[in-house]
Design a protein around this ligand. Structure first.
Ligand code: C2E
Ligand code: MG
Ligand code: MG
Length: 677
């Protein structure tokens, strides 16, 4: 209590209150300006950040310094006094340097470094004060009370820490108040520690000191003006716009998570730290399965809702130090540090737990599925691109095998991916080098006859593309069509097939139909009706001689678009067949809605037909369906006489398979009309 009284007495009795108010104004405006500059430093990248930090430290240091000397001028002890210039300047330099270092530490963002920054700032302000007091030359003896000195240090350190804490929590007014309180509490407690015992006669302070006070005030106000100016330059519009742009550049608007840019930056920093500190971490790429179907069934709003919920759940399972970003579409990536004793399985288990319950979309519950690809630092890569790329490779492996769910990167995946990339490059060149050719496989109609084997007539030929690879020989379409679809090369390759099939069909001796396979990618991304009509016109082939085979996948991928395309194709007089029927998701409804003239029953049924009652039941059901809808049914993959006899007995009269003829380059005249069996 007595100590507090001594400080109050020092403040009211020993100081000129007018000058003291000036000191408070200078301190407050300086603190505000310094904090504005510090705030800018927080949001800038490295080089700019250093510049703003320096300005903030100069402003803060000058404010403290000016406040101190104005307050010293306000100090009335009736003893003649002067200031030693070198120490006076040194006190300014000390506080600027201290503030710069303190701000730098506090900007690192961790609690302990912010605390260290606060303590350092408080000590720098104290150092300024006491150096300033050493510069105070007086005709008398200065006696210090160590208790007050210690108290002043504690107050300064505590209040400056409070200032940095408030700033970090976006409480600027509290931060300014804390800084002013820090400087003033230090000053008055420090002055309360001081007793001046004069050696000689007592004088009034001269008016010169008031001139100095004005000069100091001008200096301080200039600092404040710099702060205001920089505030105005950087804000009107631009600061807000910059903030919005920064936000946009680094975060995903749908989920509020960091985006790919942000993730890349994070990974760079994470890797650099892990390298220098010898730490491990895991990177997990998460890709939600069948997300397109969610969009198709529930609309884009439904898809968005699903992503928002999943992002929220994923964020909820993260622990301190873990990072999650949306990389785009339905792909997310997460990073977790792996300190000694912590293994990646726990992290993955938490991520997987978000799939445990369904997501409510409108009135439906949708159970989410995802594929996880994992790569670990340091063993799975030394660069950010490699670590992320390897997690991606692992994720693709998990996606290819639905039973797997989670896949860890293995070096053998590199080799497979490299081989695929190479094949895509070669595929691109294959078109230019004319390495494709078409083989044709017979499609026949059985002509049952009473009491014995009947004859067969030709329906047409299916064009099957072959890649004549210069070193590997013939490559099956089953191997390269998926690659062509992924890379988009199916569009030019498919066009080549269509043109070539129509041209070559014209050279056949009979006027049999040619069937051409269409990929779902061609239907989704190419203008198929226009291409078909153009090719027919250019080749001069009768549209009735062309059949297009599409798979069920094409139908479900984009139903409305597919119906429109097939309707336009039918209008040209071209027929459409559903290929590989029974392997996809076709429904009766689809068969009714689509203009389809033929169903090609997948060859897997033929394999089982003799031994499996189910396969036989399916054959019968499809035949009944065909009859009722007026659609032909063709059985693919007929390899044995037994299968042929069974089909004939069931009334399935259209057949294709090795028994009738293998795909061949030439359509010979002898194949046109088949011999009786
Ligand atoms: P797909 O359209 O179902 O063609 C029939 C496939 O079954 C052909 O294989 C053919 O050689 C094979 N096959 C025919 N009869 C038998 C048989 O009795 N037993 C067995 N085990 N197989 C038989 P290929 O030529 O390897 O073609 C595979 C798939 O590649 C085709 O299946 C088709 O989906 C695709 N494809 C072929 N050419 C093209 C094309 O030009 N464009 C597109 N988009 N896809 C094509
Ligand atoms: Mg086919
Ligand atoms: Mg087929």
């Amino acid at each position: 209590m007595a100590k507090a009284m001594r400080v109050v007495a020092c403040l009211t009795g020993e100081h000129n209150l007018w000058l003291l108010s000036l000191a408070v104004v200078v301190c407050g405006s300086g603190a505000w300006a310094a904090l504005e500059l510090y705030h800018r430093a927080r949001h800038r990248m490295e080089r700019q950040r250093t510049g703003w930090l320096f300005l903030a430290a100069v402003t803060a240091g000058c404010s403290v310094w000016c406040t101190h000397f104005i307050a010293m001028l306000a100090y009335r002890n009736d003893v003649p006094a002067s200031y030693e210039p070198l120490l006076t300047v040194a006190s300014l330099i000390v506080v600027i340097a201290g503030a710069a270092l303190a701000f730098r530490l506090a900007l690192e963002g961790t609690t302990s470094l912010r605390l260290a920054g606060g303590l350092l700032l408080g000590l720098s302000v104290s150092a300024m004060h006491y150096l300033g007091m050493f510069a105070y030359r007086i005709d008398g003896f200065l006696a210090w009370d160590p208790l007050y000195v210690a108290l002043s240090l504690v107050l300064a350190a505590g209040l400056s820490t409070l200032m940095l804490w408030s700033e970090a929590r976006h409480r600027p007014v509290l931060a300014v108040v804390a800084f002013v309180a820090c400087v003033l509490a230090l000053h008055f407690t420090g002055m309360g520690a001081l007793t001046v015992v004069p050696f000689g006669s007592l004088h009034e302070q001269g008016a010169d000191f008031e001139g100095l006070a004005m000069a100091l005030t001008c200096g301080a106000l200039l600092i404040a003006a710099t702060g205001v100016a920089s505030h105005m330059i950087d804000s009107d519009v631009s600061e807000k716009a910059m903030d919005a742009l920064r936000e946009m550049a680094l975060s995903d608007p749908l989920t509020g998570l960091p985006n790919r840019n942000s993730f890349t930056r994070f990974l760079d920093v994470k890797l650099a730290r892990a390298k220098s500190e010898g730490r491990r971490f895991a990177l997990v790429v998460i890709d939600f399965d069948k997300f397109k179907a969610v969009n198709d069934v529930h609309g884009h709003d439904g898809g968005d809702e699903m992503l928002r919920v999943l992002a929220h759940r994923l964020r909820g399972v993260l622990k301190d130090g873990e990072f999650l970003a949306r990389m785009g579409g339905d792909e997310f990536a997460a990073v977790a540090p792996l300190p000694p004793g912590r293994e990646v399985e726990g992290f993955i288990g938490r991520l997987e737990s978000v799939l445990a319950s369904p997501v409510r979309i409108g009135s439906c519950d949708v159970l989410p599925h995802a594929s996880f690809g994992v790569s670990l630092y340091p063993q799975d890569g030394e660069s950010p691109a490699r670590i992320l790329g390897n997690a991606d490779l692992a994720m693709y492996r998990a996606k290819a095998d639905p039973a797997r769910g989670v896949s860890y990167y293995e070096p053998s995946m590199d080799e497979a991916a490299r081989a695929r990339r190479e094949l895509v490059l070669e595929l691109r060149r294959a078109l230019e080098r004319d390495e494709f050719e078409l083989h044709y496989q017979l499609q026949a109609r059985l002509q049952p006859s009473e009491g014995g084997p009947g004859g067969r007539s030709v329906i047409g030929y299916e064009a099957l593309v072959r890649w004549r690879h210069p070193t590997r020989g013939y490559i099956s379409p089953a191997d390269f069509i998926p690659l062509a679809e992924e890379s988009g090369l199916i569009l030019p390759i498919g066009e080549w097939v269509l043109r070539t099939a129509c041209r070559e069909a014209l050279s056949w001796s009979g006027s049999h139909r040619v069937a051409v396979n269409l990929s779902p990618v061609q239907i989704a991304h190419g203008n198929i009706p226009r291409l078909v009509s153009e090719v027919l016109e250019q080749s001069g082939l009768d549209p009735a001689r062309l059949e297009l085979e599409i798979t069920e996948t094409a139908i479900i991928e984009d139903r409305a678009h597919c119906i429109a395309a097939l309707t336009d194709i039918s209008a040209l007089g071209v027929t459409v067949a559903i290929d590989d029927f029974g392997t996809g998701y076709s429904s009766l409804d689809a068969l009714r809605a689509f203009p389809v003239q033929r169903i090609k029953l997948d060859r897997s049924f033929m394999r089982d037909i003799a031994g499996s009652p189910d396969a036989l039941a399916i054959l019968r059901a499809v035949l009944t369906l065909g009859r009722s809808l007026g659609i032909h049914v063709l059985a693919e993959g007929v390899e044995t006489d037994e299968q042929l006899a069974l089909l004939e007995a069931e009334g399935c009269l259209e057949v294709q398979g090795f028994l009738l003829g293998r795909p061949a380059r030439q359509v010979s005249a002898t194949v046109d009309i088949c011999e009786p069996v």
